[in-house]
Design a protein around this ligand. Sequence first.
Ligand SMILES: [Zn+2]
Length: 99
Amino acid sequence: MAEKVWGTGSVKRFGTRYGRTTKSKFDKIEKEQRRLHKCPYCTKIKVKRQSFGIWHCQNCNSTFTSRAYTVGEKVSIVERAQQLIAETPEIKTTQEGEE
Ligand SMILES: [Zn+2]
């Protein structure tokens, strides 16, 4: 009987090596880099990663540079704070002043 293989998806190829936390982090990044992203030019979700920081749109055929593992837009601190508040229900309830 083979041992139970940890993880699913792409990190399964590492078997029992390298540790759970490392593989979990790696899986998160790899999922992000492999999925199709939104094109900043034609706004279609057709952008594929070619290499480190190089992205190619299959719709409008443009090749451009962005971040290494994602076509992420830079999020400002204010926007990030608003996201955090929206995600955390505890903050929301204290803000509303219910009790
Ligand atoms: Zn495009």
